[in-house]
Design a protein around this ligand. Structure first.
Ligand SMILES: NC(=O)c1ccc[n+]([C@@H]2O[C@H](COP(=O)([O-])OP(=O)(O)OC[C@H]3O[C@@H](n4cnc5c(N)ncnc54)[C@H](OP(=O)(O)O)[C@@H]3O)[C@@H](O)[C@H]2O)c1
Length: 186
């Protein structure tokens, strides 16, 4: 069981535009032709920040088109927010805030032998890293640049560096890089 930050980013390191658009991402490849189906089959618990959650609520039709369902997760999902947010009927959602460590402990219990997926955004993945809880970063690097936007991973991670575990190409639009994360030493 691992805690994985699995996300797609532009070549210049952004997971969304400044105004939370993902329109640049969908033309880059069909999700069924990527590692996603095998990845999600091994996920037992999911975490995301409120901007990511609200994007899903506001783009339910697009999510349904890409994944076959407006709320595609059968797994329990933990949403980090300091605000009261609407829930999704029939979804297994937990609204949480603050320290990621007790939430991670809950997620481990729920995930069983499966992995924990940190969907994003980048700072939330960084919070799990800061707490020493992030095992791998898996990023599909898209063949586009955005110039500015929401960062993939707003942390300084230099010494020791990430360990590159694998590189995989999906068509001409996506290159997947899989990294092992060194434990954070403050
Ligand atoms: N390309 C990809 O694969 C990919 C992956 C994920 C997301 N995205 C997109 O990228 C954008 C991500 O937006 P983002 O970077 O702003 O990140 P986000 O993590 O989705 O949302 C950030 C917000 O979550 C809440 N939050 C985060 N940590 C918290 C904590 N510990 N306690 C309480 N609240 C906490 C805060 O808002 P409040 O407290 O105000 O609620 C914070 O402003 C979205 O557009 C999303 O759709 C893309």
């Amino acid at each position: 069981m691992k805690t994985l930050y699995y996300a797609a980013a532009s070549l210049d390191g952004f997971i969304a535009t400044e105004d939370d658009s993902l329109d640049w991402l969908f033309p880059l490849g069909n999700v069924d032709d990527t590692s996603y189906p095998a990845f999600i089959a091994e996920v037992g618990a999911v975490a995301m920040g409120s901007a990511t959650y609200e994007w899903m609520l506001h783009h339910a039709d697009k999510v349904a088109l890409e994944t076959g369902s407006a709320w595609p997760y059968t797994q329990p999902v933990w949403i980090f927010s300091s605000r009261a947010l609407p829930t999704v009927k029939g979804a297994n959602i937990h609204f949480v805030h603050g320290d990621v460590r007790p939430v991670h402990a809950e997620m481990i219990k729920a995930a069983g032998s499966k992995n924990i997926w940190i969907v994003g955004g980048g700072d939330l993945a960084g919070q799990f890293y800061d707490a020493g809880l992030l095992d791998e970063i898996i990023v599909q690097v898209g063949s586009v640049t955005l110039g500015k936007g929401k960062p993939l991973f707003p942390r300084r991670l230099v010494t020791p560096p990430l360990t590159l575990l694998s590189v995989q190409q999906f068509g001409s639009g996506l290159a997947e890089l899989r990294y092992q994360v060194p434990k954070y030493v403050p």
